[in-house]
Design a protein around this ligand. Structure first.
Ligand SMILES: [Zn+2]
Length: 92
């Protein structure tokens, strides 16, 4: 799988907006759990799994990271996180 370097750049830039005290070399769960602002953001907006990471707007106007949705509101509310991956039963 090829990862778009621009996505990584903008993700890193955005994560420092959420928690400017985060350091670029803090990458383990134990290090990240010391950043309560980031953890709170992730609890509300993210689904982190072994093989996937998803972010979704909360559409809560009181949220400090609030940006208006651009989808029709019904489509936004119908959106959900993708289901967790299930290992294949095919061993080949
Ligand atoms: Zn939010």
């Amino acid at each position: 799988m090829q990862i778009d370097i621009n996505i990584i750049y903008y993700f890193e830039k955005s994560i420092f907006v959420i928690d400017p005290t985060l350091k670029i070399n803090e990458t383990t769960q134990s290090q990240i759990h010391r950043h309560s602002v980031l953890i709170e953001f992730m609890d509300i907006h993210c689904h982190a799994r072994v093989y996937s990471f998803q972010i979704k707007k909360c559409n809560n106007p009181t949220c400090p990271y609030y940006k208006p949705i651009r989808l029709p509101s019904q489509k936004f509310y119908d959106l959900s996180f993708l289901p967790d991956l299930i290992p294949s039963q095919n061993i080949y």
